[in-house]
Design a protein around this ligand. Sequence first.
Ligand code: AMP
Ligand code: MG
Length: 377
Amino acid sequence: MKGGATPLLRTRTCNRVLWPAREVFVLKTEILHININAIEKDKLSYAAEVIKGGGLVAFPTETVYGLGANALDTKAVQGIFNAKGRPSDNPLIVHIAEKSLLPELVRQTTETARRAMDAFWPGPLTLVMDKSEKVPGIITAGLDTVAVRMPVHPVALALIREAGLPIAAPSANTSGRPSPTTAKHVIEDLFGKVDVILDGGNANVGLESTVLDVTVNPPMILRPGGVTAEQLEGILGPVNIDPAVIKMKSENITPKSPGMKYTHYSPKAEVIVVEGSLEKVVERIKNFVEEYKSKGTQMGILATDQTRRYYSGAEVISAGDRNHPETIASNLFGALREFDERGVQVVLAEAVEVKGIGMAVMNRMNKAAGYNIVKVD
Ligand code: AMP
Ligand code: MG
């Protein structure tokens, strides 16, 4: 963006450089720092114009960074799939800033959906509802349902409002890599593939939204996330959890949410989760380090504040405080990327309790490990 209050919007075509031999489009990505406490109007309206013009804008949300495009523009949405290398059978979440946009997107709002929205919107809860005709098939990967969320992050809300459109936005990472919780992570994966990256600091929940299917009774958690099962039950009564959410390697369960079947969140390093009583977990990890060290493998340990002092002979990163698992949620993806930066080949990760936000943490950790889980008692 050239400075000034009314930025000149370049067309996307001008932004693109064609690499004739390989037919690869390279976009000129603009990185705009944005003050989340006093959002700069010119930057916001520039980003909104890019969205309205069919472009791609990465922006902070309270869960992770999202990669946004006009949800009603099939070509723009195809751009998201291309930039991320996302499989076309993995549907996208549509983000709105006002409930009044909902009737355009869904066939009806059930009583359960209404209660969930009243309690948790804006916030990290995505609701799966019956889709309207208006939602393009590319968004839902051909399903009859659409996933909708209203984020609480001020930049996300302001951008959606300013664009005046529903915005499709999956996590702003290359498919399969750990989701981005900082603009730096987005730059690592998507620089040259998107038009604008809005840098608004850390995404503080650190894990994606909870995906709740409210087309069934009782409602079912398809993906655990920022809103916990306990919080949902407090408002909605009994809630089922898709068995695929916390599955074991040996179990052959097909998840109800298409995206959950993919190996996700993987750093380049191999990840092994060690699960059991904390004392035995620490002992097993120390033994692993000894075994691998003799082979010359670069080791990493994903520890916690309570255990990090027990380890040596490896790159040790504390994910956070076991007594405050939300800190672990917040740091997990960043830590996985950090191990790659340090050239670690194998990461030994301490499991945490599958309770509260811990369910979402273990879902992501087990997936990062490709369900390579060692139980010690
Ligand atoms: P992401 O946008 O990367 O956070 O991923 C969105 C998640 O929501 C994926 O796991 C999708 O499979 C899931 N999702 C999106 N739409 C639907 C839907 N209509 N039914 C079930 N799951 C969905
Ligand atoms: Mg994602």
